[in-house]
Structure formats: structure tokens, C-alpha cells
Design a protein around this ligand. Structure first.
Ligand code: PCA
Length: 212
């Protein structure tokens, strides 16, 4: 059976939870559209996170790789369009590192686009009444770092494997004033994202990521 690698991140910035970790753990071992899902955890650490991701890819030979992260302040599920070759950390990672204005890969391309069908994913989520929109920036912290590392690895060594990054809102128990989405909604969303990534060989055309 083909596999889908779904990663989440450990909590960071002194928080007790990370929505992406909870969702990746919940979907681990599920079968979705004849693919087995491998849910795994990445450290919120520059360098080590990409190393672990490459190790997981080598181990599981996934047909699709979807990395999840948490984006406090966002109200919608946001498939990311582009990863940029830049680390610029507003806060320290879980190992105390805080790179400023550093390339992720020296002399690497400035950016990579997601090879997931990002607009089809938005379309499918909205069809199921889950708030979703395409995001044009994954930031410059560990999420963008992993997204870039993933796309670089796939471009260089894994032809035909599709991959990308999706940011999730906070869980209700994490949010004080920020928006949040219930665990069940985010779990359903992750299943729909995986199914769309397998089913849509090409992305759909839709203005601004809005499909309805
Ligand atoms: N979100 C952070 C890193 C880990 C996570 O879940 C980010 O958006 O970069």
C-alpha cells in the first residue's frame, strides 16, 4: 500500500500543546483513499526538524508528504503556496536558536511552490463548511524552514513525490483571544486534505483561492 507522510510539530514558545501534533497523532495509521497514513512528530528546532523529516521520507517512501504546523491568530486552515529560502526567527526555537536573515540552503533557489493542489484543498474544505484559504506566506520560522527543506529534498531526490505545508489555527483550549477550531473539525480537515492531495492530480483554477 502507498503511504502518506503527515507530520506535526511539538509545542513551542512555552506552550503546552501544538494543534498540528494532536492532529498528526490522531490520523496516524488511518487508511485514506487506499493510502496508509504515517503520522509523525517533528522537533520545533531549526536544522533538526529537516533532518528528521528527511529520515522519515527515507524510512517510509511516501507518495505524498504533508507537513502541518500551527499558526496562532489564523481563523482558517491555510495551505501554503510558497516556501522561501530564509530563516528569520522572531523567537528562539526549542533549542534556543534564533537565526536572523539566514538562508536555509546556501545558494539554493529563492523559493519553491507547494506541489499539493492547494486550491482544490480549499475547495474541498469549504464544501464541508470548514474555513479555509490559500496562504501566500508560511512565515520565516521553523514551519517555513521545514517546508523549504521538504520541497528542496523532493526537487533534488524524490521526483514525482508531491508535498507541501498546511497551517492550522489553534485548538479551543489553547486560545484565549485568538480564533480557534475544534479538534474534530481539524481532524476532518486533515482527512480531506490528504484525500484531495491523492485525488487531484492537478490543481483547480479558482480566483484568489476562493471557490464559492
Ligand atoms: N508553528 C511554527 C513552528 C511550529 C509550528 O507549529 C511556525 O509557524 O513556524
Amino acid at each position: 500500500m502507498k503511504t502518506v507522510l503527515l507530520t506535526g510539530f511539538e509545542p513551542f514558545d512555552g506552550q503546552a500543546l501544538n494543534a498540528s501534533e494532536e492532529i498528526a497523532r490522531e490520523i496516524n495509521d488511518a487508511t485514506i483513499v487506499r493510502h496508509k497514513v504515517i503520522g509523525a512528530l517533528l522537533p520545533c528546532v531549526f536544522g533538526a526538524a529537516i533532518k528528521e523529516l528527511k529520515h522519515l521520507i527515507k524510512l517510509h517512501h511516501p507518495a505524498v508528504v504533508i507537513c502541518l504546523g500551527q499558526a496562532g491568530g489564523r481563523a482558517a486552515i491555510t495551505p501554503e503556496r510558497v516556501a522561501i529560502n530564509l530563516d528569520d526567527a522572531r523567537i528562539a526555537d526549542n533549542a534556543g536558536q534564533q537565526p536572523i536573515d539566514k538562508p536555509i540552503v546556501k545558494n539554493g533557489p529563492a523559493a519553491y511552490f507547494s506541489t499539493l493542489p492547494i486550491k482544490a484543498i480549499v475547495h474541498e474544505l469549504r464544501k464541508h463548511k470548514i474555513p479555509a484559504e490559500v496562504s501566500q506566506t508560511a512565515g520565516t520560522f521553523v514551519c517555513n524552514h521545514v517546508f523549504y527543506g521538504l520541497m528542496h529534498e523532493l526537487a533534488l531526490h524524490r521526483e514525482g513525490v508531491r508535498g507541501g505545508f498546511v497551517h492550522l489555527p489553534l485548538l479551543p483550549e489553547q486560545a484565549t483571544t485568538e480564533p480557534s477550531l475544534p479538534f474534530e473539525k481539524m481532524t476532518e480537515a486533515a482527512r480531506l486534505i490528504i484525500a484531495a492531495a491523492i485525488d487531484y492530480r492537478r490543481d483547480i483554477k479558482a480566483v484568489g483561492g476562493k471557490t464559492e
